[in-house]
Design a protein around this ligand. Structure first.
Ligand code: ITT
Length: 191
């Protein structure tokens, strides 16, 4: 089975390819010659994931899926959530985002947070959604070099290492994306 993953994030592509391995062939946007900016203007993870998948389905005709992920921090009333990639401003990078979060949480005792991923799948003209989440806390300084995005400041529940310290193999066993992806794979293998 072949399916397009509508993402411009090479880390996400790597993670999902490792999880799906030989079961499903995942095509990237480059594999289908799509080099366009995909709109992501929704106000929920579901809306954004569907928007990204629909864009590819409409323009290129492939069955495809997309993931939208947010980091929800309790002390920030669930922010940055769906706005996680632009938390520190329009053209910010992951370092800017993490530094802003550490500043906002300075002195805060409640550091509970969760990563939530929603995958939208467009298959044979039907929409399907798969969700995964993992709880944890935002630590007070960056630790580790693996992974991407907010991984260096996120300590998953039950672990004493951040996602960036655990490394990709361990992250891919327990993460929000791993949980949602496993549901996607089980569904695809049944359909
Ligand atoms: P696409 O939309 O092209 O898939 P993106 O990087 O923009 O890629 P999202 O909008 O889903 O992806 O991501 C929102 C933000 O959350 C962004 O800053 C990511 O770096 C961060 N993020 C997503 N998944 C993450 C993960 O597994 N670990 C750490 N940070 C993550």
């Amino acid at each position: 089975m072949k399916i397009v993953f509508a993402t411009n994030n090479p880390h996400k592509l790597d993670e999902i390819r490792k999880i799906t391995e030989d079961k499903i062939e995942i095509l990237s946007l480059a594999d289908i010659n799509c080099f366009e900016e995909i709109p992501e203007t929704g106000t929920t993870l579901e809306e954004n994931a569907l928007m990204k998948a629909q864009f590819i389905k409409d323009k290129f005709g492939f069955d495809c899926f997309a993931d939208d992920t947010g980091l929800e921090v309790d002390a920030l009333d669930g922010a940055p959530g769906v706005y996680s990639s632009r938390y520190a401003g329009e053209s910010c990078n992951p370092q800017d985002n993490m530094e802003k979060m550490l500043r906002e949480l300075h002195g805060e005792e409640n550091r509970k947070a969760r990563f939530r991923t929603v995958i939208a799948l467009l298959l044979k003209d039907e929409q399907h959604f798969f969700e995964g989440e993992i709880g944890g806390e935002i630590i007070c300084e960056k630790r580790g070099t693996a992974g991407f995005g907010y991984d260096p400041i996120f300590l998953p529940d039950g672990y004493d290492k951040t996602f960036a310290e655990l490394g990709n193999d361990e992250k891919n066993r327990i993460s929000h994306r791993a949980i949602a992806t496993q549901k996607l794979v089980d569904f695809l293998l049944r359909n």
